[in-house]
Write a protein that binds this ligand. Structure first.
Ligand code: PBG
Length: 317
C-alpha cells in the first residue's frame, strides 16, 4: 500500500553519471577522496558507458583531465582535447544511442592556476592582486562549447558561473551551425566546501584565492533565482542546481518559479560524506543512497547528477 500511494518516483533514467576522462590506455586510477570513482582513459570510459547504458541511466556528464595546462585553458577547446576525444569515441559506441552525452564547459581543469576563467592582475601597490576577468573568459567558454558539440556532445553544460556565458555560448553554437545543441546551465551554483573531493578528482583546485568572486554566497536564495532568470533569458534550455542537499529549498523555489527542466547535482562532498559514514558502519548504505536521491526529486528536481547513479540503478532494479 505504501508503494501504491507514494508521491515521488525515482528511476534510473532520472540519473546522470559523471565521468572523469584522462589520457592513456587501459587506465582506471582511483580518486582517493571518492571511493568508487575513477579517472578513466577513453577506452575505459567507453566500457563504463556500456555498463551505464545497460543499467538504464539517463546519461553521462564528462569532465577532462588534460595532458597539459596553461594560463588560458587551451586544452579545453582543442579539437583533440581529452573530452573531445572521449566524445568522438562515445558517439561511435552502441551505448551512446541510449545515453545523453553532456559535456561540462569550464576552464578550471585546464588552467594552471585552477580558476574557471582568465586571470588578470588588478589594483596597485598594497592593493595589487589577481582577479578572474569575466568578459574575456566568455569567448574561451564559447569556443570550448562549440568544440565539444562538434565532437558529439548532445548537451553543453557551462559550470564556470561567468555572467553572460549562456548568451555567448548560444551565439557561438548558432554561428557554427549547432543551433540544435541545448544548453544546460549550472545557473545556481554556490561557492561551496562540498566541491572539495571533486577538485582532487578533476585536479582543479585554485592555486590561489577562492571562487567567491564568481560563485554565489550560500546564504542567498533571491540571488539564486535572479541568476536562473538571467540564464533562461539568455537562452538556457535547462538548469542545474548545486550543491544539492544543503540547498533543497533553492531547488524547490526554482521549481515553483520556472518551467524549464531542472537538474540537481549531488556533488562530490555529499557523496564522500556518505561514503565515509558507510565505511564506518554508521549509516545503512542502500537506504541512505536512495533517501538522499528521493529527497531531491521531492524538492522538484527532474533529474539528478550523482556519483551514486550506477549503484542507485542497481538498487532500483
Ligand atoms: C567546475 C566544476 C566543479 C564542480 C563541477 N564543475 C568544481 C568547482 O566549481 O570548483 C563540482 C562538482 C562536484 O563537487 O562533484 N567548475
Amino acid at each position: 500500500m505504501r508503494a501504491l500511494v507514494r508521491e515521488t518516483a525515482l528511476s534510473p533514467g532520472d540519473l546522470i553519471y559523471p565521468l572523469f576522462v584522462r589520457p592513456g590506455k587501459g587506465v582506471r586510477s582511483p580518486v582517493g577522496s571518492m571511493p568508487g570513482v575513477f579517472n578513466l582513459s577513453v577506452d575505459e570510459a567507453v566500457r563504463e558507458a556500456d555498463e551505464v547504458a545497460r543499467l538504464g541511466l539517463g546519461g553521462l556528464l564528462l569532465f577532462g583531465l588534460p595532458e597539459t595546462k596553461d594560463d588560458q585553458g587551451t586544452a579545453a577547446w582543442e579539437e583533440d582535447g581529452i573530452v573531445q576525444q572521449a566524445l568522438r569515441a562515445l558517439k561511435q559506441s552502441e551505448a551512446s544511442k541510449k545515453l545523453v552525452l553532456i559535456a561540462d564547459v569550464c576552464l578550471c581543469e585546464y588552467t594552471r592556476h585552477g580558476h574557471c576563467g582568465v586571470v588578470v592582475t588588478s589594483g596597485e601597490g598594497l592593493y595589487a592582486g589577481f582577479e578572474v576577468d569575466n568578459d574575456s573568459t566568455l569567448e574561451l567558454l564559447a569556443r570550448t562549447a562549440v568544440s565539444q558539440a562538434k565532437a558529439g556532445a548532445d548537451v553543453v553544460a557551462p559550470s564556470d558561473m561567468m555572467d553572460g556565458r549562456v548568451a555567448a555560448i548560444r551565439r557561438a553554437l548558432d554561428a557554427a551551425g549547432l543551433s540544435q545543441t541545448p544548453i544546460l546551465s549550472y545557473a545556481s551554483k554556490f561557492a561551496s566546501a562540498f566541491y572539495g573531493p571533486f577538485r582532487e578528482a578533476a585536479d582543479s583546485a585554485p592555486q590561489f584565492g577562492d571562487r567567491r568572486t564568481y560563485q554565489m554566497d550560500g546564504a542567498n536564495i533571491r540571488e539564486a533565482l535572479r541568476e536562473i532568470d538571467l540564464d533562461i533569458e539568455e537562452g538556457a534550455d535547462m538548469i542545474l542546481m548545486k550543491p544539492a542537499m544543503p540547498y533543497l529549498d533553492v531547488v524547490r523555489a526554482a521549481r515553483d518559479r520556472f518551467d524549464v527542466p531542472i537538474g540537481a547535482y549531488q556533488v562530490s562532498g555529499e557523496y564522500s560524506m556518505l561514503q565515509a559514514a558507510f565505511e564506518k558502519g554508521w549509516l545503512d548504505r542502500d537506504r541512505a543512497i536512495l533517501e538522499s536521491l528521493v529527497g531531491l526529486r521531492r524538492a522538484g528536481a527532474d533529474f539528478i547528477v550523482t556519483y551514486f547513479a550506477k549503484e542507485a540503478a542497481r538498487l532500483l532494479g
